[in-house]
Design a protein around this ligand. Structure first.
Ligand code: NAD
Length: 499
């Protein structure tokens, strides 16, 4: 009975709404209401943590650290592989809960996002066990041995647009490297983090190795970022919050990994495969445009602009907007009322500034609620807010260029540099242009494909650092160089005899 109060049944799946600290459930006196973007109804009352819960979680993580770090890597990796198995076994539950919680498409969760969350544990477990390390180096007869020591307690703060996947992307390598973790999930979509805690526990992850503190950014996130007991801070979220987080972490000189916003271009040349270019443009409406990597600024060569735009429009009109729990839905709702108003504000100001909405421009009249219609804007003023700032909604702008030089200048004309996509039939042009783009990832004639071993991160204001493969371990470990002289060995016993 006591426990039932803390269990929310979310589309048939029981979810514990309390924190997970030191291997047990912990309640806070106050709660916050978690609502579904699907219909704005409450989903759960979730424990609202603050400085006290953060203190407990950091203490639990610190207490668990020595034993977890000392465990042979093969044993740590075996537990993380079981955790991956646990996620795979619960893909359906996780998909249902995440879809209800953040409104993303269930079909994406089932086929892509949840399997990738499992892969985030499996890949880094394998990497730590089989690939981490360098051959010894030699200098003037001395041997240099490079080691990757776990850093300690890692604080992980995540956004709502892909909460479980983005959390596991940080937690996977952090745990594989021998660290312990305190996760603060997003208050707009906090529930899959709780299921992750259950799955980790069932997989045999020792108490305190993974802790989850629920709560708002200000109440739970802020004390975590400023906590003197953390050794690494992995933050995924917006640029304005990142500034506050960086300032909080500065006094403790905690290394940061920031994965932030973007305003990525999709650059379409006249020699491109136009079907492919249209497909890639329409794909940007995925997750209702709430994707950091989304290429929302379409830059198209003048000579094909009219044909291309008409074809994109035709395809975008066919997108089915509605309940994300329906497998046939292509585009769903925005996360929250404040976010909806924010997106509307961007579009209204763009139109006041001279842009023309040739599709959408506001709420879907048939659906209401938080369903913002897929929107395409033409004639946006160069350098205006709509083509330089992140909207994080289903809003594409189409601008034209007439030369490579102009295409590169336009593509680079934001403070962000997360990604860029090029569509061209000319291999040499692809090489020329991609070399000049300021972006952490450049896709040529494709989008969203990436191996977990490849570096991921943003240039400019899109982030600090890179993760993926060895780059994750660079961040989550203290790299140590041990230099060993060829001489001076007296033997342990002889040395002891010398006193
Ligand atoms: P946000 O910055 O508002 O919140 C992110 C997280 O920070 C949440 O958990 C929030 O509770 C927490 N937070 C808020 N204030 C805080 C504070 N003062 N101290 C500590 N934590 C605090 O971002 P959002 O609106 O949840 O997510 C959307 C943003 O995330 C977009 O800008 C998007 O581009 C970005 N994002 C980036 C990536 C990437 O990999 N580059 C991936 C997904 C999302």
């Amino acid at each position: 009975m006591e426990q039932a109060q803390h269990i929310a049944i979310v589309d048939g799946v029981p979810v514990d709404t309390r924190h997970w600290i030191g291997g047990r459930r912990v309640t806070s006196r106050s709660t916050f209401t978690d609502r579904s973007p699907i219909d704005e109804t409450p989903v759960a009352e979730v424990s609202a943590g603050g400085a006290a819960e953060v203190d407990k979680a950091v203490a639990a993580a610190r207490a668990a650290f020595p034993a977890w770090a000392a465990l042979p890597v093969s044993e740590r990796s075996a537990i993380l592989r079981r955790l991956a198995d646990g996620i795979e076994a619960r893909v359906e539950d996780l998909s249902r809960v995440e879809t209800r919680d953040n409104g993303s498409l269930i079909r994406s969760h089932r086929r892509g996002v949840m399997p990738r969350s499992a892969a985030n544990f499996r890949y880094f477990a394998d990497f730590a066990e089989k690939e981490l390390g360098h051959p010894d180096m030699e200098v003037r007869g001395h041997r240099e041995r490079i080691g990757y020591d776990p850093a300690g307690v890692v604080a992980v703060i995540t956004p709502w647009n892909a909460p479980l996947m983005l959390a596991t992307w940080r937690i996977g390598p952090a745990l594989a490297a021998g660290n312990t973790v305190v996760l603060k999930p997003p208050e707009w979509a906090p529930l899959t983090a709780s299921l992750l805690a259950d799955i980790a526990h069932e997989a045999g992850l020792p108490a305190g190795v993974l802790n989850v503190v629920q709560g708002t950014g200000r109440q739970a996130g802020a004390p975590l970022t400023a906590h003197p007991g953390i050794d690494r801070l992995a933050f995924t979220g917006s640029v304005p919050t990142a500034g506050v987080v960086a300032a909080a972490a500065a006094s403790n000189i905690v290394p940061l990994s920031f994965e932030l916003g973007g305003k990525s271009p999709l650059v379409v040349f006249a020699d491109a495969d136009l079907d492919l270019a249209v497909d890639l443009a329409v794909e940007q409406f995925d997750n209702a445009g709430q994707v950091c990597l989304g290429a929302f600024r379409i830059l198209v060569e003048e000579t094909i602009a009219q044909d291309f735009t008409e074809r994109v429009l035709e395809r975008a009109r066919q997108l089915r907007q509605g309940d994300p729990r329906d497998e046939d839905t292509d585009i769903s709702a925005l996360i929250s009322r404040p976010h909806f108003e924010r997106v509307q504000g961007f579009v209204d100001r763009a139109i006041a500034d001279g842009a023309r909405a040739v599709l959408g421009g506001g709420p879907n009249p048939d659906l209401g609620g938080l369903y913002f219609a897929p929107t395409i804007l033409l004639d946006a003023a160069p350098g205006s807010e709509i083509v330089t700032e992140e909207v994080f909604g289903p809003v594409l702008t189409v601008q034209t260029f007439s030369s490579e030089e102009q295409a590169v200048a336009m593509a680079n004309a934001t403070r962000f540099g997360l990604a860029a996509t090029l569509v061209t039939g000319d291999r040499e042009r692809a090489d020329r242009i991609s070399a000049r783009l300021r972006a952490g990832t450049v896709w040529v004639n494709c989008f969203f494909v990436r191996d977990l071993g490849a570096p991921f991160g943003g240039s400019g204001k899109s982030g600090i650092g890179r993760e993926g493969g060895i780059w994750s371990f660079d961040f989550y470990t203290d790299i140590k160089n041990t230099v060993i002289a060829p001489s001076g060995w007296t033997g342990g016993q002889e040395r002891a005899n010398h006193g």
